[in-house]
Structures are given as C-alpha cells and as structure tokens.
Design a binder for this molecule. Structure first.
Ligand code: 8YV
Length: 328
C-alpha cells in the first residue's frame, strides 16, 4: 500500500512536519504564502489530507476539484473557513483544535481588555515619542477594570475562561449572552448571570466578543448595538472579523459613543479598516490570541494527530462532521 500524501498549507513547527513524515508523503508550502483558491487546488492534487489554518477556504468548488481529499485538519478552533455541509456531502472529514487553546486565548482576551481600558499602548507610544515631560493627574486616565461589569457575548469554553478570570481574579460582575443558556453548575463556576443581548450592551462596562462566526453572527455588533453601549464602555473582539461592523465601530469611536476598543480580528484581515488605524483609542493586534509557543505547538500537534488517526485507522480526535467517520 502506498503511503497517503498530505499537504501542509502553511509553515508550521519543523518537529510537527517530522512527525507527519513518519506516516505520510508530505507536501509543504515552501514559501509559506497564502494560497488563492486556484493555487490551493493545484497544491492539493493527489493529496489524501490537508493540514490548514483558518485562512484556507474549503468549499464545494475546491472539494470537487480535489476528489482524492478525505480530511482537512484545521489548526484553529474556529472553522468558518470550512463549508462543512459541502465537506460532509463529499465525505471529507473536518477537524479543529478545541480545548488546547482555551486558557491561552482567554488570557489574551483579558490582556486586550486591560491594555484597552488602561490605555497601555496609547501611553507607550506617547512615551516613546518623547512627549512625556511631566506627570499630570489625568494623564491617560482610563476605565476601571476590577469591580466593573463584564459582559461576554458567546459563552463557550473561551468565554467561560474569561468569565472566571473576571469574576474570581478581578471581582467583576459577569453577565453573558449566548445562543443557549448554560446549566446552573457552569453558571455558578463562572459566577455569570444570563441576560438578553440588549441588556448586556446597556449594563456592561466592558463587552468581550467570543462568538463563533456564521451568517447568523455577522455584524453582531453594528451601529445600533454600539449606540446602546455606555459612552465609557470598552469593546474587545477576539472572535472573528465580521462579528463587528468595523466601519460602524470606527464611527462610534470617533463620535465618543464608546470609549475604546481592543481588536485582535478584523473584517478582511490582514487588511484593517483605515479609519481604525487613525484612532488613538484602539488597541490593534494581528490575530494572536492563541499565540504562545506552547499553545501553537499543541494546536499543530492536534491537527497532525487527527490526520494520523484518520488516515491510518479511520478515527479522529476532534471531528466536526463525525457522520463522515460513521459512513467510512
Ligand atoms: C488561529 C483562531 O491561530 O483557533 C482559532 O480559531 O482564531 C486562532 O487560534 C488562527 O485561526 C489560525 O488558524
């Protein structure tokens, strides 16, 4: 039996590539460039599996052009780059990387909240520019974090991690909104109270978005939602570009409708709405919420494990469409 061939869409840790070599013929993307759909199809010809990131779109057209493909292992927990229905119809397994990044991503959500509320980057730029000549009582006075009200939209694993940090570490009152309410035990562990979206927007001092992207969650925060928030409120998006209407956010920040925003994800990233780049009251980071060495290695290894398990014995650790396994 010839060994399966797998493609690795982007550069990843060499030790993970080594692990894959022990099981497969490995085709790596030598330039670490983002492949457009035509390049991706050409790259995938003759491949049984793909290790990809959230940037490669796998849809019906790609699947039809790559009939040998049996599994796409995403190195991400979010999988809005997959058309999962099309994958299931084509009997292609999709996998993601939950759990291994939960706490690291929750840490970063809190880092972005702290940096934004306490104006860390804005004040650092001021200092580096040599503008700090004397102390003054209101210099970079920001918003209180401890003891304030934290509103979380999207209360999955990462949202719960942020709730625990807020409630247990910072004595915050935590309210949340989610498609479905959590069970009483989980609510108690997170010390979080379920509220409607409008109430959350009106009451929260800080709103953190951790909701998965889908057509239903597109522009969860737009002009109307921003208008409901407090003028002192801080908005943090570590979910996905498209959850926030970035143009409406820039306008709301310019008009003082909210105080500040911390953004790790953007509509059309790596492009960033030019109006956001002009504003001082925004902290901008390049989609790094899961970026610690330990966590990114764990994500790459979990994606590799899914490929190895599936292509060697038809099982998977974190299947998104397990009906494909049942049908195999
Ligand atoms: C990934 C992420 O690093 O896991 C996710 O959903 O957004 C990040 O952790 C990114 O999507 C690259 O795959």
């Amino acid at each position: 039996m010839p060994r399966p061939t797998i493609a690795v869409a982007r550069a990843i840790f060499p030790e993970v590539i080594e692990r894959l070599h022990a099981h497969f013929e490995v085709r790596a993307n030598p330039q670490d460039q983002l492949l457009n759909p035509q390049e991706l199809v050409a790259f995938l010809q003759g491949c049984d599996g793909l290790l990809c990131t959230g940037s490669e779109r796998i849809d019906a057209a790609v699947l039809a052009a790559c009939p040998q493909l049996r599994i796409c292992a995403n190195m991400a927990v979010g999988y809005n780059n997959f058309d999962l229905d099309a994958m299931t119809a084509a009997r292609v397994l999709g996998t993601n990387t939950p759990d291994v990044l939960t706490e690291t991503t929750a840490d970063f959500g809190f880092a972005l909240l702290m940096a934004t509320a306490r104006r860390v980057t804005e004040s650092e730029h001021y200092l580096r520019a040599g503008k700090w000549t004397r102390w003054s009582y209101d210099m970079f006075a920001g918003q209180e974090v401890h003891g304030s009200t934290l509103g979380i939209i999207g209360m999955g694993r990462i949202g719960q991690g942020i709730a625990r940090r807020g409630a247990l570490g910072f004595g915050m009152k935590v309210i949340y909104h989610n498609r479905s309410r959590l069970d009483a035990d989980t609510e108690a562990q997170c010390q979080a109270r379920y509220v409607g979206k409008e109430e959350l927007l009106e009451r929260a001092d800080h709103v953190v978005l951790v909701v998965p992207y889908s057509a239903a969650s597109h522009h969860t925060i737009g002009a109307a939602e921003l208008a409901r928030m407090k003028p002192t409120a801080v908005l943090v998006n570590i979910a996905r570009g498209g959850i926030v209407d970035d143009a409406a956010l820039a306008q709301a920040l310019r008009d003082g409708k909210i105080a500040a925003a911390g953004l790790d994800v953007f509509e059309g990233e790596p492009q960033v709405h030019p109006a956001l780049l002009e504003l001082p009251n925004v902290v901008l980071t390049p989609h790094i919420a899961s970026a610690t060495v330990t966590t990114r290695k764990a994500m790459a290894n979990l994606a590799a494990d899914n490929l190895i398990r599936f292509l060697t014995d038809g099982a998977a650790l974190t299947a998104l469409n397990p009906q494909v396994l049942d049908a195999a």
